[in-house]
Design a protein around this ligand. Structure first.
Ligand SMILES: [Zn+2]
Ligand SMILES: [Zn+2]
Length: 241
């Protein structure tokens, strides 16, 4: 059994165990009955204003590219995120990350897949596989799971696409928090490698928990394309407002 398969089997077991022992509570308001109640989800939904078709950032009018994504590598085709990283979604993600709530991660991953089906309907037809943004092995050992992999597993399952974990962290990187756009890009440059077979024209859906400047997804897209992929589409649960 591969390492990924072993991790996913453990994650599934934990999800089932949690579902048996812990009733769902809203990550935002703590109300029972759902992992994220409709009221709390509505508060952090992306607003329906005009946006950039490539990076999804709000814009005065619809544009195909903007200052925020002009410097992205061409391999990163577009990025979408259903929620703003604040309020209930911030709390919910922190509960996944720091309390290891696997059932909550699965719920969030399914929401992410449902959003992708609506928002990326056309582009999804060209996607062959789902790849999570990896953690460095030392961080993975510390935490025991990769929250982006948990989200990606639920996305892949819901969309009926294979989940592949051959994108690896070649070196540990300091957290991106607090860094500006250019510093983030430098921090993440050379951080990833591809350990799998050549991708030979396949298109990849790259899943991360939070997108800020797109530097991490851009670097992942660059490495995937160097491994033969026909570009990457980024999908994150939340966007830093
Ligand atoms: Zn709530
Ligand atoms: Zn843009």
């Amino acid at each position: 059994m591969s390492l990924l398969a072993a991790r996913l089997r453990l994650a599934r077991a934990l999800t089932i165990l949690e579902a048996l022992l812990l009733p769902p509570v809203c990550g935002g308001c703590g109300r029972r009955g759902a992992w994220l109640c409709a009221e709390c989800a509505a508060l952090v939904q992306r607003d329906p204003s005009a946006r950039c078709a490539r990076c999804d950032a709000p814009a005065p009018e619809p544009v195909s590219c903007c200052r925020g994504c002009a410097a992205w590598p061409p391999e990163l085709l577009l990025v979408r995120a259903p929620f703003l990283f604040e309020g209930s979604v911030r709390t919910a993600l922190h509960r996944v990350k720091y309390r290891g709530e696997h059932a909550r991660a699965r719920d969030l991953g399914r929401r992410l897949a449902a959003f992708a089906k609506d928002e990326l309907a056309e582009s999804l037809g060209t996607v062959n596989l789902v790849v999570p943004i990896p953690l460095h092995p030392s961080r993975l050992r510390q935490r025991g799971f990769n929250q982006s992999e948990l989200l990606a597993a639920a996305v892949a399952e819901t969309l009926g696409l294979p989940l592949v974990s051959h994108l690896v962290r070649a070196r540990p990187t300091p957290p991106q928090v607090g860094l500006g756009r250019e510093a983030r890009r430098r921090n993440i440059a050379g951080a990833f490698g591809w350990s799998g077979p050549a991708l030979c024209g396949q298109r990849v859906l790259v899943v991360d928990d939070v997108v800020t400047t797109g530097a991490t997804l851009g670097e992942a897209a660059r490495v995937l394309t160097a491994a033969g992929a026909a570009g990457a589409i980024g999908l994150a649960l939340a966007r830093e407002p």
